[in-house]
Design a protein around this ligand. Structure first.
Ligand code: TXE
Length: 490
């Protein structure tokens, strides 16, 4: 059984405790590798290495940092098949998705920030004829990077790439449920000759390794993606130490469909926004709102297409939907489906685990749930307000713009919203009124790495992506130079 190792100071090392946790394949429910059950002693070693590496890395010319990160991007691409397979087995997601989304995006993350750093610039402010101010941006030191299990390599590299590009060193922690591609990335970093200590990857549980990172006094920057509850805990432990913190948390995103929308485009995209990655994407459009006149027709077609999605072995090429990440997530999703029944909802399709015949013998112990569509729930029901993070969507009719804006804003979350209409003025009006970090008009998950990405309300604070990330990982210092009094006045 593969034994995963920490990556500290350029070496693959065992946990100080010598303890390991089972790492399960969610499609079979069986352990297939061992992940270090790290603790604060491992974090301490990683911090020492990151501290030692910082002076040289932060002074390395941007072009050289860029070259190393580009080598990492190349190696991710060269190992695409191996990484995609590892991600598929570790998460239960279809191999097809890991190949087309997760791994290519991990390479793009490195390539994007490796080149962005070559163009990064800062401001100057001329103060009348008296002085000039310029903003000096310097790396902040050691960054703590904590990522979740739904898009493991994709989200971890989304943090590592900008942190390193800007000259910080880092202590990163992938989710203990999905450590495999981070482990493979360590090997890639060694092959790319990333200097020792610049990136350290410590494996283990959130309460041990994650908490040790967030409370460590030498880690002044924390970038976290994960659940809202964990985000609140991190905010609590980081606040008294005045750390710079970015939190990308959950979502309960509206997918709003007006009667004038082109159904041929709405349907396939809405199926993806509902069920891609088994609905375990913070951007999933889990609340569908349809204008009354189009409601019945939409429900009928959507349910019929959702029922045809193939739930099955993630390694099979024709599988649309794989396994949920864990037994705990499976139980959580099934509990929400029961709650939907109690709250008066009608289960139009799914609502049950996938049967053993459809998933096949190899996967009979896996955590599969059929794509589930629920109607007739009140907008204020718990199922319509709380993040489920599974293949479960609700559909609700709405009368007019006013009503759907209230519906869309009726949760504590505010991460992303999709809006389908051919009426451009209406699209602009709603984009302004919906409280959400991203508004997609006539699309979903159309990502440009330059745009600000993040949430409002309980979906988090701070923005990732492009300039926002380069600014987040640097400290702005204003330098004010007064002109000499005898300088000629222009
Ligand atoms: O995530 P956690 P969980 C949502 C989703 C899911 C729920 C719980 O609704 O059902 O969160 O999932 C680390 N200090 N999302 O519990 O715990 C942990 O080890 C520091 C949405 O699995 O938030 C992992 O590396 N770190 C989400 C990371 O935090 C801690 C993606 C995320 O795990 C920690 C995942 C602590 N005290 C779940 N406790 C999204 N927005 O994409 C845990 N961690």
């Amino acid at each position: 059984m593969t034994k995963i190792a920490h990556y500290i100071n350029g070496e693959m090392v065992e946990p100080v405790s010598h303890r390991y946790l089972d790492n399960l394949d969610p499609a079979t429910g069986e352990a297939y590798s061992l992940v270090p059950d790290g603790d604060e002693r491992d974090v301490e070693r990683a911090v020492e290495a990151a501290e030692k590496a910082f002076p040289a890395w932060s002074r390395t010319p941007a072009a050289q940092r860029s070259a190393v990160l580009l080598r990492i991007a190349d190696l991710i691409e060269a190992n695409l098949e191996r990484l995609a397979r590892a991600e598929c087995v570790d998460t239960g997601k279809p191999l097809r998705l890991a190949r087309s989304l997760d791994i290519p995006r991990a390479a793009s993350n490195f390539r994007f920030f490796a080149t962005a750093i070559l163009h990064f610039h800062s401001e100057s402010h001329a103060t009348d004829h008296r002085a000039i101010n310029y903003t000096l941006r310097r790396p902040r030191g050691i960054a703590g990077l904590i990522s979740p299990w739904n898009l493991p390599l994709y989200l971890l590299t989304w943090k590592i790439a900008p942190a390193l590009a800007t000259g910080n060193t880092a202590v990163a922690k992938p989710s203990e449920i999905t450590p495999m591609t981070a482990f493979l990335l360590s090997e890639i970093c060694r092959e790319a000759s990333l200097p020792p200590g610049v990136l350290n990857i410590v494996h283990g549980q959130g309460a041990n390794v994650g908490a040790a990172i967030t409370r460590h006094p030498k880690i002044g920057t924390i970038s976290f993606t994960g659940g809202t509850k964990t985000g609140a805990e991190i905010a609590r432990s980081a606040a008294p130490l005045f750390k710079k913190v970015a939190l990308e948390l959950g979502g309960k995103n509206p997918n709003i469909i007006f009667a004038d929308a082109r159904l041929e485009e709405v349907l396939p995209t809405s199926l993806r926004s509902s069920f891609d990655n088994q609905g375990q994407i913070c951007l999933s459009g889990s609340r569908i709102f349809v204008e009354e006149s189009a409601y019945e027709g939409f429900v009928e077609r959507f349910v019929s297409e959702a029922s045809r999605l193939k739930v099955g072995d993630p390694l099979e090429p024709d599988t649309d939907q794989g396994a949920l990440i864990s037994r705990a997530q499976f139980d959580k999703v099934m509990q929400y489906i029961s709650l939907a029944r109690e709250e008066g909802g009608t289960i139009r399709c799914g609502g049950v685990p996938a049967d053993a015949v459809s998933v096949g013998e190899r996967c009979k112990g896996g955590f599969f749930v059929q794509p589930t569509v629920i109607t007739d729930l009140k907008v204020e029901s718990r199922v319509n307000r709380e993040e489920i993070f599974g293949p479960v969507v609700t559909i609700t009719p709405f009368k007019d713009e006013e009503e759907v804006v209230a519906y869309a804003n009726g949760t504590d979350y505010g991460l992303a919203a999709s809006l389908w209409t051919e009426n451009l003025p209406r699209a602009h009006r709603l984009a302004e009124r919906i409280a959400s970090g991203t508004i997609w008009i006539n699309c979903w998950m159309l990502r440009d790495l330059r745009v600000p990405f993040g949430g409002m309300k309980s979906s988090g604070v701070g923005r990732e992506g492009g300039e926002e990330a380069l600014r987040f990982f640097t400290e702005p210092k204003n330098v004010c130079i007064q002109f000499p009094p005898d300088a000629p006045k222009g």
